[in-house]
Design a protein around this ligand. Sequence first.
Ligand code: FAD
Length: 443
Amino acid sequence: MTKSPQDLQIAILGAGMGGLTCALALAQEGFKNIDIYEYASDLGFVGAGIQLAPNMARVLDRLGVWKGIEAEAVNIEETSVRVGATDSELAHVELQYIKDTYGYPHMVGHRSSLSNGLYQGCLRYPNIKFHFSTSAGNVDSFGPRPSFTATPRDSSQAPYRVEADVLLGADGIKSNTRVAMMDKLGIQTGVKDTNQAAYRIMIHKDQIKEDDTELLELINGNKVTRWIGEKRHIIAYPVSNNTIYNLSTVQPDTNFAAATNATYTTRGSKKTMLEVFGDFCPMVQRMLNYVPEGEVCEWKLRVHEPLETWVHESTALVGDACHPTLPHLAQGAAQAIEDGAVIAIALSLLPDTTPASIAKALKVYEKVRKDRAYALVDLAAASGRALHLGDGAAKEERDKQFAALKKGNGPVPDKWADADVQKIIYGFDCQEETREKFNEYFA
Ligand SMILES: Cc1cc2nc3c(=O)[nH]c(=O)nc-3n(C[C@H](O)[C@H](O)[C@H](O)COP(=O)(O)OP(=O)(O)OC[C@H]3O[C@@H](n4cnc5c(N)ncnc54)[C@H](O)[C@@H]3O)c2cc1C
């Protein structure tokens, strides 16, 4: 009996947003043998918010997990861009039209809600097997039978070799799979220093003082607020049914500058954080002061040079492993989720299961996704540069755009809120595109 694509053995490295979506989307396409190897002992819920843009929601809805995630999320109706130092408003953009235009509202949520929603979706399929506390490394073959070594954290269990028909490296920014693939292909890759770091903060409603009406209004509202200043900004919105106010900052990286590439997060100092935003308005100061001492977590924001390819033989890279991005467009996870959805469709459309066809189907994935993902990486970096301008001609030009916007027309310098940019990002149906273009790209 000939093997159908759904009989292929799929190994996924990493249970982040990209890996979980690959597993769930493949299971929905009828794939029967899906194994997912995750270094952490569980999903490692990071206490942080995440924007759930319509292009992400569309995929999640088709995968049957959006309703649960949506139920815990907050519908964003408006966004305000403000001067950090004075709190004066530079731009105010209504976002309610998004639902009518793209079929889904722009929502924000807790990261744990998103990962847990995807995970619960996966648990509905017994053909997805999770191997937590298992580190995957030494990818020594990329095809025709990709293979790697799985090392359980429990030292009483011996490392074992895993072989599969398809290997998906969704192992994040520090991806071993990327390094091994690029080594094998002799492609030099470099980490691009962003010189940026981020604090991620969550203020719970019961922490907020009763007379802090400004912050209570923000936590109870439906607004994304961005306070900007030279080389820094803070983006903030309520999550978890308006019970938590989530803040994500960006500032020059000083703590990680001397650290090795392997260091990505560190416990930060509250005093330093307050100093970094010391010239921001009293409202921001008050918010940062709510953070309990010892609970300041700082992340290095890392990206790397675009890769020539994401695919070698029967192995493909997914998510941050191949297109890490700055968070300024709030699209990193959305793009990892698009990856998973596209891979599942491309593999399901395989006319046969030879390694040569698998490689071609993975190349279809790359063709649908690579230029788009890198365009958004560039756009996120550009948006960050515009937001972080110091005094000078460029800032004057940007502020003219903000002023024109206030009068009712022109582009939004904060690109995620710009209607033309939204059209590019939210208006693209990656699943439909894969189905439409499969034959052309596969040929
Ligand atoms: C400050 C900040 C704000 C952000 N805001 C947004 C936002 O609002 N919206 C949005 O869409 N995106 C946002 N992002 C981006 C988003 O978080 C990432 O792009 C996304 O999580 C990437 O998913 P991933 O699955 O590719 O990688 P990851 O989430 O990093 O998952 C990789 C997984 O692989 C595992 N792993 C790694 N190595 C191994 C190994 N050797 N063996 C086994 N397992 C391994 C890891 O433990 C991890 O679970 C933000 C990022 C930052 C830093």
